[in-house]
Write a protein that binds this ligand. Structure first.
Ligand SMILES: [Zn+2]
Length: 144
């Protein structure tokens, strides 16, 4: 029973992620369905990424496998110029259409090189809030 529920939950997550990317792999634009989608951690878990909704995105198995423990900018940097442009245009369009959240867009476009994510729990009387912070540390510009 537990396994069955886990399966349904995973399917729901997959469908939601597919809606965010318009049914495409976020990195290469390949068409995906619920059988070919895989869930990629934008900031890899091994590099401080969290297993939170803001940090997961629909990708094809191929890109997910290739990206592995790389940051988005390092992975995208391996692609041809044309594919890089297509990626940035894709995420910009999805964000403008309101499909992709701004936080996710920020993480994917590494505006200011997102280097860390952290999570804190805030206790307020009987209520507990869970916050996820995206710490954006801007690339230092060389001094003139
Ligand atoms: Zn792909």
């Amino acid at each position: 029973m537990k396994r069955f529920m886990g399966y349904n939950r995973r399917r729901r997550t997959q469908r939601r992620l597919l809606a965010e990317t318009g049914g495409c792999c976020i990195y290469c634009g390949r068409r995906l369905d619920e059988f070919t989608v895989s869930v990629d951690h934008i900031v890899p878990l091994s590099r401080g990424g969290l297993n939170e909704d803001v940090n997961i995105v629909a990708s094809c198995y191929y890109c997910n496998h290739l990206k592995y423990t790389m940051f988005v900018k390092d992975f995208i940097g391996l692609l041809s110029y044309k594919k890089q442009r297509a990626f940035y245009n894709r995420i910009k369009t999805l964000c403008r259409q309101g499909k992709l959240s701004e936080d996710k867009y920020m993480l994917l476009s590494h505006i200011g090189a997102v280097s860390k994510m952290s999570r804190i729990n805030i206790q307020f009387g009987r209520f507990q809030f869970r916050c996820v912070f995206l710490l954006n540390i801007r690339d230092k510009k060389p001094k003139k």
